[in-house]
Write a protein that binds this ligand. Structure first.
Ligand SMILES: NC(=O)c1ccc[n+]([C@@H]2O[C@H](COP(=O)([O-])OP(=O)(O)OC[C@H]3O[C@@H](n4cnc5c(N)ncnc54)[C@H](OP(=O)(O)O)[C@@H]3O)[C@@H](O)[C@H]2O)c1
Length: 315
């Protein structure tokens, strides 16, 4: 099968489109004929082996897994022993950190969900990492309730534009933070109030919200306390910033969470249901052919994506 591979750490230029062995089916796993993928910042972190600490998980001197990619959507071609959730022919979407940019992916059934009828593969390939992170930041960790106010920093990006729509679907009042060029975009996603960070300094913003979700990680711990009754941080800009937030949090009673999203069927099915009900829709800024996955990775690394970037094995 064809796959996008990396044999050393580096930028998109180290990626190769190669023939590799089809993955071997394992117990509780499904073999998926991949139709589409999407790119996430996690892909370039893994590709570059940055931050360095990540290399303890992904290979100290060179990548352990040759294939890149996490988010996929496709059709179940074979099911392994003990699989109970899916059958051959099911259309599924899910996340496997490190082996999805290939014609076939082997995924544990617990990190897959069923695609809704009528949904497209590129659309569903955009959902796993960004959609799960948005859902878990608001609901699992943010404990968002109907009628509450939530401020979403970075609301035009992959995670942010899903968080905005999910918060609205759960009946929250949303303040969206983005650059001036994305104001109309986040309004079209349902934002009740918009702050352009290039016109208003967020470090001096004062309005209190029930919840702050920071997808960028450029707000300070004191900002979270000033503008939120509780806060969830998803992304981080520098290691120094993250350490400062974690240290300040150690000595504080302020309800703050920093988390890494985990894929599970229940949450994937919640996203699928929101899509089916018309309450959630990925905005796909670009769709690349699989042969241009290096360009897609380069684009996402610029941190300027509006919504999501997808790749199709069919264009
Ligand atoms: N903890 C987890 O489990 C988890 C999961 C997924 C992602 N993440 C992390 O979360 C972050 C966001 O991920 P993503 O997929 O949403 O990335 P993304 O789609 O690449 O984010 C791009 C967006 O960020 C916006 N942005 C850039 N600088 C900004 C700033 N200073 N203030 C507000 N918005 C800004 C850009 O809008 P403008 O062009 O308008 O600035 C753009 O729309 C990344 O650092 C990623 O590594 C963490």
């Amino acid at each position: 099968m064809k796959a996008i591979t990396k044999h050393k750490y580096g930028g998109p230029e180290v990626l190769r489109l190669e023939e590799v062995d089809k993955p071997t089916l394992k117990e509780k796993h499904v073999l998926v004929k991949v139709k589409a993928n999407s790119v996430n910042p996690a892909d370039w972190h893994i590709l570059r082996g940055k931050p360095f600490l990540a290399r303890f998980a992904f290979g100290l001197f060179k990548p352990k897994d040759p294939i890149l990619g996490a988010d996929f959507a496709g059709i179940v071609e074979e099911v392994g022993q003990g699989v109970t959730k899916f059958k051959v022919g099911d259309r599924v979407f899910g996340e496997i950190l490190g082996a999805a940019f290939a014609e076939y992916a082997c995924a544990h059934e617990d990190v897959c969900g069923l695609m809704p009828d009528g949904a497209g593969y590129t659309e569903m390939a955009c959902m796993p990492i960004a959609g799960l992170t948005a859902l878990q930041s608001l609901i699992t960790y943010g404990k968002l309730k109907e009628g509450e106010t939530v401020l979403i920093n970075g609301s035009s990006g992959g995670v942010g534009h899903f968080a905005l729509q999910i918060a609205k679907a759960y009946g929250a009042h949303v303040t969206a933070v983005c650059s001036g060029k994305n104001v109309d975009f986040v309004k079209s996603m349902g934002a009740d109030k918009v702050i352009a960070y290039d016109k208003e300094d967020m470090h001096h913003y004062n309005e209190l919200h029930d919840l702050v979700v920071d997808t960028i990680g450029n707000l300070d711990y004191d900002d979270y306390k000033r503008i939120g009754k509780r806060a969830v941080m998803i992304g981080f800009t520098t290691l120094g910033h993250m350490i400062s937030v974690v240290v300040k949090n150690t000595f504080s009673k302020f309800p703050f969470t920093l988390f890494t999203a985990k894929a599970n069927t229940e949450d994937l099915n919640t996203l699928a249901k929101l899509i089916q009900e018309g309450k959630l829709k990925p905005h796909i800024e670009k769709i690349y052919p699989y042969s241009q996955i290096p360009e897609a990775i380069g684009y996402i690394e610029s941190m300027r994506t509006r919504g999501k970037v997808a790749m199709s094995w069919e264009v």
